[in-house]
Structure formats: C-alpha cells, structure tokens
Design a protein around this ligand. Structure first.
Ligand SMILES: Cc1cc2nc3c(=O)[nH]c(=O)nc-3n(C[C@H](O)[C@H](O)[C@H](O)COP(=O)(O)OP(=O)(O)OC[C@H]3O[C@@H](n4cnc5c(N)ncnc54)[C@H](O)[C@@H]3O)c2cc1C
Length: 580
C-alpha cells in the first residue's frame, strides 16, 4: 500500500509527454536548436507503440512511379479522409514528407532498396501510386531505433516508466505536469516552460483492438481535455480490416496491410473472392473502411469461419518473396502452426487508429492553452474521417519537427508561470485517494465493461438508439468508477489501470457524443440509420470542455489550396490490376 510522500520536483524547459515517433522527433528538433528538454514515457526507452507499426511510411518520392508528387499524396489523403481533414495539415504533411524521409535515411534508417539502390516503395490501400517506404514489415521498429539513436547522440534525457496523471495549467497557461514514477511509486512534479503532449491514441477503449496491452488508453486526449483543450473528430475511429482472431491472447492484433499491398486476397468460406462484389476496381486495396465493412458483412451474413473471420491468402505468391517482404507475419503465424506461404490467415476487423484527438494549429502544433502543444496520433485533423495506411508514421515525423522548431523559436521562459505548490498538492492528493480507494469495483472490471460498451455501441456500425444506450451505460460506469477498489502500490499495474480508467471514461464519452451527433455515414463512421454521406455534414465536430462537462461545437474544415484542388480534380486512382 502506498503512503503519501513528498513529490520529487524536476525542472526542464520543454517537457515532452510520450516517447514514440512523435515525442522523439520533437525532442530531436529541440536538441538540434540547443533547447533543454526532457522526454518521458510509461515504458522503457525505445519501447513505445510506434514499434508495432509494420507496413511502412508514406512520401511521394516517386522511386517506382515517377508521376507521383506531393499534391497527389495530399489529394489521396483528403479523398480517404472524406474532405473533413484540416487542409493545411494535409498540405504540410505531404510537402514535407520526402525531406523527412531523406533525413531519416541520413540518420541511418535501413530502408528497403530497389535494384538501383533508391528507397523502395510499396502499394498501400487507396493510394494512387507506390508511395509507402518500408523496412520489411518492421518499419516502426526501424524508425524507433533510428530516432532513439539520434536522440541519444544529441544527449536528450529520457525518463522511463513515468506515468503522467495531470497537466498543470496556471492562469490559462501550461506550467508543467504531475505524475508517478512507476519504479519507486513516488509522485513527480515537472515544472516546464512548455509542455508537448505526444502520448498516442485511444483504440484500447475497444474490446478488440490492434493496440499493445495497457496502452492507447486515451491518456493524451483526456489530459488535454481536462486542461481545457477541445477535442475534435472523435467519432472517427478506424477499424482495420485484418486483425487476428486466434490465439485468444492475440485477438485483434494486426495482420499488416502490407499483406494486401503485396497481393494478398480475401475469401469467404464459400471460396468467393468477395471484394469483387464490394469494390471491383480496387479490390482488397480499397480504403480500410470499405474493406473492413466488407469483411464484417461477410461474417455477419454467415460466410465467415467458425471463429467469425474471413480468409486472407497470399500463398499464390512465391514463398521466398513472402518471406522477404513479410518476415514478421511469416514468423508470427508459424508460431501458431500456420504457414502463410502455403495457407490462408483468419482475419476480422479490429479497432486500429484514432483519427480524432486534440485540436491543434498544425503550423505550430499549438493547442488552445498557451504553452501546451500536441503531436502525433493524439491529435486530430491530418486524417479526417479515415486514415491512409502509412500516413501516421510520417505525421509523427513531420509534425514532431514542426513542434520542435516552433517551440525553439518562440520559447519565452520569463512569460511561463511557475508550478504552484498548491496545484501540485491537489494533484498528488488525488493520486493518494485513488491508490487507497476501497470501493466495490476493480479497475479491470470497469475496463472490461467499458470495452464491451464501446465495441457494441460505438463500433464498426452505429445507430442513434445504440449510441444513446452506450452513453447511458457510460453514466453507470462513471458511477461505478467513483466506487473503485484499488488499494495498491503506485508501482503496480492495478494502480496504473485505475489511472487508465479515469482517462478512458473521458475519452469514451467524447467518441459516443461525437458519433451520436454525426447523423450521416462518412469514412470510418458508419451509421446504420443514416447510411449515406450528407454534404451538409462536411464539418468537424468539436467536444469543447466546459465547467459543466462538455459542449458540442461545429467547424468548417476549410478548402484545399489550388494546387491540391487541381490534383483532387485530376481524380488519380490506383489501377489495382497492376497487381494481378
Ligand atoms: C499494429 C499497428 C501497426 C501500425 N502500422 C503502421 C504503419 O505501417 N504505418 C503507419 O504510418 N502507421 C502505422 N500504425 C500507426 C502508428 O504506429 C501510430 O499512429 C504511431 O506510431 C503513433 O506514434 P505516437 O508517437 O503518436 O504515439 P506512440 O508511439 O503510441 O507513443 C506514445 C507514447 O506516450 C507514452 N504515454 C502514453 N500515455 C502516457 C502517460 N499518461 N504518461 C506518460 N507517457 C505516456 C507512451 O509510453 C509512449 O511513449 C500502426 C499501428 C498499430 C497499432
């Protein structure tokens, strides 16, 4: 059992919460400008969700398809996002992606090469050209290795196993953050001139998800929201078409899109290649939402396997090619007795990516609170209603650089408020109360029930009655979470999960509220009671924190620049039959 302790106090110019691609790239930019910063994460150095990214990272290098250019990348991104993306964010992302990739190459990232030695690129769903750079199917791990090494070369300090529980805002300005050192259990207060939230997504809110255990619990979104920052696009949650269904411990884990990018085909148990019915032109490489709904439909209509799955087969390709391009998939399935060079994989949709999140100005990474910034999967705007595979790794790199550069040029220590003792005391008292809680419901039980609510009521198909019911159940979960049984040391997983519950409930409510509000189907948001896209809904839904809780507001996403609009009008599209 934990006893109240005096918090450790740490001072830094810039505190970066999160050490995945986004946090590390931000820290590298700050260090290159000579700015003192501290990066922290819930896990050891180099161990963030980004390492699970498999298939690749997008940039219009044109290595194999010289017709590709940044404006077509932007047009594909907007098209896939159903034009509710932030057009400035999309343009910045696609213009800067090639330079950021070349920079990673200079820093030693071991990209796969073409025969003539240039960076190789593969197809990914709904992209007009081969634009996805890769390192086999271990791109995220290679990216993290590169960034960790670069950050270490620049002597960026890292604090591991540190759980941030609250941001501290004084007089409307970020003053720092409070957390728990999960190694020793001691509270820690961070006094900083600027704070960057780079703490990832929230797909762990769902019963089946591609997330790592106990991660992606919506911490970033809830931390920012509680600090007064609006969230937007929360109704848009991407369900990836191909999650594993067995073994049970790996259910939801991803079968990378690279399998389809390299020619994998989907079949039902009647032996039918069913994408011919849903998307005869783009087949398995149509947008993720289209393929995910097709898989779900086949399963719901009884053409799935006994494990409620469809079959993904790449065995028509040469076995050596499969081993070279998809080594991780080959290994993972072999561990459970499936040789994917010979037989199909069972797959079903899984919650995979959060398009919604913290509202930021993408030219600076600033949020609505002075001195508070956000980068990476935790933000909203780049992907609109649906994300192109390969666009989120590049988002972390492009906007990490933007954030670091902007902060370095504008940081003004004199204008930053000091962290007050009273604020720290209050936050630490909340931690103490939570650790000692002697109620009736365990954190694991609340988490379990919440995941079922989200899967059932805000899952791949939604409707008004279901969402209202989901909100009602959430109310009950909130009441039960006020009666939590923790009684655990602050170094324990039980205590960590109790903290997670606080964040998960807040983030879940914004998803349910946003999904209820959007009375149409668009991208990843599929409503059975409004199954068409409605042009009047080309708006962003914002969840704005208020003293009473939250209110819903709307915003026009704006229009693309003329050069991007021209690429949109050219209607580029992948000719799937290249792959046949
Ligand atoms: C299985 C899988 C495969 C993917 N494949 C691809 C792909 O091929 N291409 C692509 O572009 N994208 C892919 N993605 C998406 C991509 O990996 C992520 O969007 C991206 O890595 C997110 O990076 P990030 O830096 O924003 O967050 P993360 O890498 O999730 O890092 C979050 C950091 O925040 C820390 N953190 C969280 N909460 C707290 C807290 N309360 N206190 C302190 N620290 C905290 C974590 O410890 C971690 O260090 C994939 C995702 C998954 C799940």
């Amino acid at each position: 059992m934990s006893t109240p302790t005096t918090p450790e106090t740490v001072s830094t110019s810039v505190l970066i919460i999160g050490a995945g691609g986004a946090g590390l790239r931000t820290s590298i930019e700050l260090a290159r400008h000579g700015i003192d910063c501290l990066v922290l994460g819930k896990r050891p150095h180099g161990d963030a969700h980004t390492i699970w990214a498999a298939g690749g990272i997008n940039a219009s290098l044109g290595s194999l398809d010289p017709e590709d250019r940044w404006a077509i990348h932007a047009a594909d991104t907007l098209d896939e996002g159903h034009f509710v993306n932030d057009p400035t964010a999309v343009e910045l992302l696609c213009r800067r992606a090639p330079d950021r990739i070349r920079e990673l190459e200079e820093w030693g990232m071991p990209f796969d090469r073409t025969d003539d030695g240039t960076i190789n690129q593969r197809y990914f769903g709904a992209q007009s050209f081969r634009r996805t750079c890769f390192v086999g199917d271990r791109t995220g791990q290679a990216l993290m290795d590169t960034l960790v090494q670069k950050a270490m070369d620049l002597e960026v300090p890292y604090r591991e196993n540190l759980y941030i529980t609250d941001l501290v805002v004084e007089n409307g300005q970020a003053a720092g953050a409070v957390g728990v050192d999960m190694d020793g259990g001691r509270p820690v207060a961070f006094d900083a001139d600027a704070v960057v939230v780079a703490a990832g997504g929230h797909t762990s809110l769902y019963r089946r998800s591609s997330s790592r255990p106990d991660e992606n619990t919506g911490d970033a979104q809830a931390l920012a929201f509680n600090a007064g920052v609006p969230l937007r696009d929360m109704e848009f949650v991407q369900f990836h078409p191909t999650g594993k269904v067995t073994p049970a411990a790996e259910a939801g884990h991803l079968v990378t899109e690279a399998v389809r990018g390299e020619g994998g085909r989907l079949y039902n148990t009647e032996g039918e290649r069913f994408m011919e019915r849903y998307s005869p032109d783009q087949m398995e490489l149509d947008a993720r939402d289209v393929v995910a709904r097709a898989n779900e439909q086949e399963i719901r209509e009884g053409r799935g396997t006994t494990n409620d799955a469809v079959l993904l087969d790449i065995s028509h390709r040469d076995a050596d090619f499969i081993r070279e391009r998809l080594p991780r998939m080959v290994e993972e399935f072999a561990e459970h007795g499936v040789d994917i060079t010979e037989e199909p994989m069972e797959v079903a949709p899984t919650a995979h990516y959060a398009m919604g999140g913290i509202e930021v100005d993408f030219e600076t990474a600033r949020t609505a609170v002075d001195g508070l910034y956000a980068v990476g999967e935790c933000t909203a705007g780049v992907h609109g209603a649906n994300r192109l595979g390969g666009n989120s790794l590049i988002e972390t790199i492009v906007f990490g650089q933007v954030a670091g550069d902007h902060i370095a040029r504008t940081l003004s220590p004199d204008a930053s408020p000091a962290l007050s003792d009273a604020a720290v005391r209050d936050h630490v008292a909340t931690q103490d109360t939570l650790a000692a809680a002697e109620g009736d419901h365990t954190p694991a039980e609340i988490t379990d029930r919440l995941r079922d609510v989200m899967w059932k009521h805000a899952g791949i198909l939604r409707n008004e009655d279901g969402l209202i019911d989901g909100l009602r159940k959430l109310q009950q979960l909130r009441a039960d979470a006020d009666n939590l049984s923790v009684q655990a040391d602050r170094t324990s997983r039980r205590y960590e999960r109790a903290q997670n519950v606080r964040f998960m409930l807040t983030t879940a409510e914004t998803i349910l509220r946003g999904a209820l509000e959007r009375a149409e189907s668009r991208g990843a948001h599929a409503r059975t009671d409004y199954d068409e896209k409605n042009p009047a809904w080309r708006q962003n839904i914002r969840c704005v924190p208020t003293t009473e809780g939250m209110e819903i507001a709307f915003q026009d996403p704006g229009r693309p620049s003329p050069s991007v609009q021209q690429a949109v009008d050219e209607e580029h599209e992948l000719d799937y039959h290249h792959l046949e």
